[in-house]
Design a protein around this ligand. Structure first.
Ligand code: FES
Length: 143
């Protein structure tokens, strides 16, 4: 390969890498500082009291010493709340919550607030946990 061709190929590879990094950086810069709810898991159930949720709250991190990963609780006005284990489905890295969803800072996977993959290399959606609002609690089933 001529020097000129090699220079152009190397430059293009660097640009693609920079573009990918810039895209991930802009996503990570929109990281949100979410309220954290410390919880206990009893018989595979976490109960989040409704009174602990502010009226305009849209997301909350649920943390328990007995879980290896935090849970992202996405609150919906129609009470069809969603919750996901914040564990990347590519290689199990801990995810970071942003306004647009969750980002993996290891290889750049991005998941939306439904847990679906928006950018790989992850190819599987996030593990969704059964979540039901009832009797003044949001119940999250961990198994
Ligand atoms: S571990 Fe998350 S993208 Fe690789």
């Amino acid at each position: 390969m001529s020097d000129r061709r090699k220079f152009i190929k190397d430059s293009c590879t660097a640009c693609v890498g920079l573009l990918a990094f810039t895209s991930l950086s802009s996503l990570l810069s929109s990281c949100v500082s979410l309220p954290v709810h410390s919880a206990t898991v009893t018989n595979n159930l976490i109960q989040v009291p409704l009174e602990s949720i502010l009226p305009d709250e849209q997301m909350k991190i649920i943390r328990s010493k007995s879980l290896a990963y935090d849970i992202l609780l996405v609150l919906k006005k129609d009470k069809k709340h969603l919750s996901f284990l914040m564990k990347c489905t590519h290689q199990d890295n801990i995810l970071v919550a942003t306004k647009q969803g969750m980002v993996c800072n290891l290889h750049g996977s991005h998941f939306d607030l439904n847990g679906d993959v928006k950018n790989g290399p992850a190819s599987k959606p996030l593990q969704r946990l059964k979540t039901i609002e009832e009797n003044n609690y949001i119940n999250i089933y961990t198994a």
